[in-house]
Design a protein around this ligand. Structure first.
Ligand code: PLP
Length: 393
């Protein structure tokens, strides 16, 4: 018999009722160290007192008015984003995939408004993940995402990861934009690297098309800079943000330059809940915390400590871990045994890890992890590796 909750997830038999920082507590009072961060979402840890206060304050005053009216928290968050990114404007959503939907609509509209409606295709990267709407499964492609859901939305051309020649060749007179995760998350923590991102920027400029970055997973401070693309010294025209921006409250945003957004006039796009007072109160507090002096410095320092520990772990357990990849606090361990077995062994050590493609386990902890918490995480990873090695093959 089907469960009352649609069984679309292969869930672990764990349920948590409380959290604090990187810790989660089960119904029976067992504590787990959460190095997955709810898939890069709880960027400031669980039940962060400042986020709780921001949400509570707003919850007592006003929940919803709709986008028929101005929403002060939305304007405040938009201003913070604009002041701290390449962007001039932001559209708010409830999720990452909606932010990407907005990005693709915006890119098509941009060319349409310029009298080039034939420029409506978007080049994407094989193995990417942009969410689960009809549009974004078509964008990413891939059998796992799309099987059984045809007919798929037209207008996406996919090229292999890391092949700039193929990317160049895929751009034609019908191309509106290229859309890329600077670091593939679900795809296995694969970073393009600064040179490739700069080449993408140049290709888009040459062709007169828009560069869309999906920083839903790699943005919001995760690489030690607010945006992952900053490391490459270039900027996109449009960027999707979500996950960490709400710290656990559903919130996303599509950021854009004034030029890229020029087709998105009144009535062209909307969302009932997008940019609601609650989400934007939390989002503004998340950004305020991340922009405080030393926060991102500390992310970089913390990431260095974690990475060093992980290098040691990989070196001492070559039968379990093949290599480490990623940037900042967006890290992946390439496993030798099935990554699911490693995640499972982690549960045995009360440690939460997140699987990804290419047999990777992801480490996406809160960005404000303390040194003691990092060391605790490394100790649990070490015990996880020992448990995997001890398991009968
Ligand atoms: C999680 C994710 C999405 C989808 O976000 P949802 O909030 O689940 O819709 C899109 N792109 C990337 C890179 C992601 O990591």
């Amino acid at each position: 018999m089907i469960s009352p909750v649609l069984p679309t997830y292969a869930r672990a038999p764990l349920s948590f009722v409380e959290g604090a920082g990187p810790w989660l507590t089960t119904e029976t009072g067992e504590r787990y160290l959460d190095l997955g961060g709810g898939i890069a979402v709880t960027a400031l840890g669980h039940a962060n007192p400042r986020l709780v206060a921001a949400l509570e304050r707003q919850a007592r005053r006003l929940w919803h008015t709709s986008n028929l009216y101005r929403i002060p928290n939305q304007e405040k968050l938009a201003q913070l984003l604009v002041d701290n990114s390449f962007a001039d404007t932001a559209f708010f959503t409830n999720s990452g995939t909606e932010a990407m939907e907005c990005a693709v609509k915006m890119a098509r509209k941009y060319h349409h408004a310029r009298g080039n409606p034939e420029r409506n295709r978007v080049v994407t990267i094989e193995g990417s993940f942009h969410g689960r709407t009809m549009g974004m499964i078509a964008a990413a492609g891939g059998d796992k995402l799309t099987r059984g859901f045809a007919p798929l939305l037209e207008g996406f051309d996919r090229v292999p990861f890391g092949d700039i020649g193929a990317l160049r060749a895929a751009i034609g007179p019908a191309t509106a934009a290229i859309a890329v995760e600077p670091i593939l998350g679900e795809g296995g923590i694969k970073a393009f690297g600064p040179e490739a991102l700069r080449e993408m920027r140049a290709l888009c400029d040459e062709a007169g098309i828009l560069l869309i970055f999906d920083e839903i997973q790699c943005g919001m401070g995760r690489t030690g800079r607010l945006w992952a693309h900053e490391w490459a010294g270039i900027a996109p025209d449009i960027m999707a943000v979500a996950k960490g921006i709400g710290g656990g409250f559903p919130l996303g945003a599509c950021l854009a330059t004034e030029d890229a957004a020029s087709g998105m006039t009144a009535g062209t796009h909307g969302s009932t809940y997008g940019g609601n007072p609650l989400g934007c109160a939390v989002g503004a507090e998340v950004l305020t915390v991340m922009l405080e002096d030393g926060f991102l410095d500390n992310v970089r320092r913390t990431a260095g400590r974690l990475r060093q520990g992980l290098e040691g772990l990989v070196a001492s357990h070559p039968q379990v871990f093949e290599s480490i990849r990623g940037e900042g606090l967006m890290l992946g361990l390439v496993c030798r045994p099935a990554n699911g077995d490693v995640v499972q062994a982690g549960y045995g050590q009360h440690l939460l890890l997140v699987p990804a493609a290419e047999n990777v386990v992801r480490i996406l902890p809160p960005l404000n992890l303390t040194d003691a918490e990092i060391d605790e995480g490394l100790a649990r990873l070490e015990r996880t590796a020992l448990a995997v090695e001890a398991a009968p093959a």
